[in-house]
Design a protein around this ligand. Structure first.
Ligand SMILES: CC(C)(COP(=O)(O)OP(=O)(O)OC[C@H]1O[C@@H](n2cnc3c(N)ncnc32)[C@H](O)[C@@H]1OP(=O)(O)O)[C@@H](O)C(=O)NCCC(=O)NCCS
Length: 167
């Protein structure tokens, strides 16, 4: 298989690419194309990036890298929030291709990454060297039941607060 990865700045994305992404997302999240599109318009900003991977012409994996600030150890830190992680189908290795690409883009740009996920996906992200932040370090009440994971931090995370936008 020949995979083609596009890393697209949101300010430069085409309408066609936006629709491809919404179609792919609607396989995994049961909203119609208009709803997915509205979510993007409301939540994604010019300096955010999309990673879209295709097998020939067919989109098979997607995520976005959102430009946000988290309060880590009481300091504002610029990070990339990795959101909307999805593949077109499970069991084909697309999840491996996607996370290897995410890690490569973060490393190339020297970006720190954070993501939120449910318990069942913690081992998936750990496979790609993402680290779980202990729940007692998460200071923002609304995230008490969500896992935060991180990558590319050179410091120990003793506390994390998150009040920036959805991603
Ligand atoms: C999460 C998701 C992106 C993973 O991609 P995928 O296509 O299912 O993953 P793959 O089938 O390619 O599996 C890749 C590897 O990860 C492992 N893996 C996948 N899900 C896993 C899980 N929940 N726990 C542990 N390992 C997991 C697989 O065993 C496989 O390992 P291997 O290559 O060593 O055999 C995909 O399932 C998805 O789109 N889910 C719905 C949307 C979602 O919940 N996104 C996450 C938001 S935080």
């Amino acid at each position: 298989m020949k995979f083609l990865t596009s890393v697209i700045k949101h300010s430069e994305i085409s309408e066609e690419q936006l629709i491809e992404i919404c179609r792919l997302k609607s396989i995994r999240w049961d909203y119609n194309l208009d709803q997915h599109k509205r979510w993007m318009i409301e939540n994604i900003q010019a300096n955010d990036f999309h990673i879209l991977i295709k097998d020939e012409e067919k989109p098979i994996a997607y995520t976005n890298l959102v430009d946000i600030t988290a309060i880590i150890n009481d300091k504002n830190i610029k990070v990339r929030g990795i959101g909307n992680v999805c593949t077109s189908e499970t069991g084909k290795g697309f999840g491996n291709i996607l996370m290897e690409e995410v890690n490569a883009v973060l490393a190339q740009n020297q970006w720190k990454g954070i993501l939120l996920c449910k318990d069942n996906l913690v081992p998936y992200y750990e496979k790609f060297n993402w680290k779980l932040i202990n729940s007692d370090k998460i200071m923002t009440k609304k995230f008490e039941n969500t896992n935060f994971m991180n990558i590319n931090f050179s410091i120990e995370i003793d506390s994390l607060e998150y009040n920036d936008r959805n991603f």
